[in-house]
Write a protein that binds this ligand. Structure first.
Ligand code: PEP
Ligand code: MG
Length: 321
């Protein structure tokens, strides 16, 4: 099997009936890019920038961030790189920010909520990203977006920083796509409205599942409720993908589910465009997708979405896809 996978490193990802999907990787540091390329990644679908901020005692400077983003973009050689702006809070703490303890950190002051409030932190990161944008194919996405207003505010701040840079003579790419993570149910439900304003969606199932099922993703006692194939989750995912396509946009997924061999045929049937996963899952996923027919998968979409339990979905998919 390893030998068969190795042969796929330089191939693109096409189904048996010749439909292309993009297989990208999730990374946390510039060093991770080696593994992405060695495993045939077609892009970076999620660069978790919070690692730049963690394990230290002060914020990273604009220069430090610029170097990291530039390195990733250059090493990826103009393949798409989706950078997620700071997603701190929840399980990821930054002691040096001295944020008050919260009763429900996962429902609290985190990610874009913090960035819109602590604007200097956000603006510094955006400037570093914009300055790095000329070194490759940069896409920027905002985490934990719950309302259109948050997206509009974040985008306005990004465009404001861009304007200031351009006015001071610094080059910025004109082709930066601006998207959001869909990991809060309100945003999945309202995806048709978001799709008119964003350039792309990336579905963060790690959080989307925990918020939809109200089951902490770290809590073993409730892990039975953490159900990626629950039809409620699949309907939300499908809503997001359809909304994107209706507006001519693309939809990816960067939660763990995107690299899960049981989920892959389901996601193909729902029409997902980009799958972003840990680098080591890319070749097995490519091998699996090559054997799947997109036509056949698509023809089963309505049937899958009409099911009522996880078990029913898994049983059906294993027998029919
Ligand atoms: C997600 O929520 O699915 C996701 C990819 O983000 P993280 O795991 O970093 O919360
Ligand atoms: Mg998340």
């Amino acid at each position: 099997q390893k030998v068969e996978w190795a042969k796929l490193v330089n191939e693109s990802t096409v189904t048996s009936d010749n439909h292309h999907v993009e297989l990208a990787a999730n990374i946390g540091t510039p060093e991770d890019v080696k593994g992405v390329l060695a495993n045939g990644g077609e892009g970076v679908g999620l660069y978790r920038t919070e690692f730049l901020y963690m394990g230290r005692d002060q914020l990273p400077t604009e220069e430090e961030q610029f170097e990291a983003y530039k390195t990733v973009l250059e090493r990826m050689e103009s393949k798409p790189v989706v950078v997620r702006t700071l997603d701190i809070g929840g399980d990821k703490e930054l002691p040096y920010l001295h944020l008050p303890k919260e009763l429900n950190p996962f429902l609290g002051f985190r990610a874009i909520r913090l960035c819109l409030e602590e604007q200097e932190i956000f603006r510094t990161q955006l400037r570093a990203l914009l300055r790095a944008s000329t070194y490759g194919n940069l896409k920027i996405m905002f985490p934990m977006i719950a309302t259109l207003d948050e997206f509009r505010q974040a985008k306005a701040i990004l465009l404001d920083e861009k304007k200031k840079l351009v006015e001071s003579g610094i080059q910025v790419s004109e082709n930066i796509e601006i998207g959001i993570m869909v990991e809060i149910p309100s945003t999945a439900v309202l995806a048709d409205q978001f799709a008119k304003e964003v350039d792309f969606f990336s579905i963060g199932t790690n959080d989307l599942i925990q918020y939809t099922m109200a089951a902490d993703r770290m809590n073993e006692r409730v892990s039975y409720l953490y159900q990626p194939y629950n039809p409620s989750i699949l309907r939300l995912v499908s809503t997001v993908i359809d909304a994107a396509h209706k507006e001519g946009k693309w939809a990816g997924m960067c939660g763990e589910m995107a690299g899960d061999p049981i989920a892959i045929p389901i996601l193909l049937s729902l029409g997902l465009d980009e799958f972003s996963m840990s680098a080591t899952s890319i070749l097995p996923a490519r091998s699996q997708i090559k054997k799947l027919s997109k036509e056949k998968a698509s023809s089963l979409k309505e049937k899958i979405l009409s099911m009522s339990t996880t078990e029913e979905v898994v049983d059906f998919v294993q027998k029919n896809l």
